[in-house]
Design a protein. Structure first.
Length: 123
């Protein structure tokens, strides 16, 4: 009877050790899964931030190009398509991005208008 009790106790402690090992492995895998999940989410956040920045730049470029088109239409009495082709040609001839050509035109027009308004108030 004592032998059976010892064997039973030994089996019980072996089962307990096995359960403890299994629980430890389960926790390790859970932590690994959480780490992978966090890494994936961090990558997703970085990708989304980059996409948002690109969209904001695109929106800003579109706004500036629209203003430049308006300036060309008003200044030269041409259609929107003609104004766009005009800006594209300048962009290509000078090897400068279209948004930079548009920004330069808008900036110089704004500064010219400010200077004109200032000189009129001084007279």
């Amino acid at each position: 009877m004592e032998l059976e009790a010892v064997e039973g106790a030994s089996a019980a402690s072996g089962d307990a050790a096995l359960r403890q090992t299994q629980e430890m492995l389960d926790r390790a895998f859970d932590e690994f899964d959480v780490a992978d999940l966090l890494e994936e989410h961090a990558d997703l956040v970085c990708d989304m931030s980059e996409k948002i920045q690109q969209l904001e730049q695109g929106l800003e470029s579109r706004t500036v190009i629209g203003k430049a088109l308006g300036i060309c239409i008003e200044r030269y009495g041409i259609s929107e398509e003609q104004a766009f082709q005009f800006l594209v040609r300048i962009s290509q001839d000078q090897n400068v991005k279209l948004r930079d050509v548009a920004a330069r035109l808008v900036d110089t027009t704004v500064h010219h208008n400010e200077d004109s308004a200032e000189s009129q108030t001084q007279h």
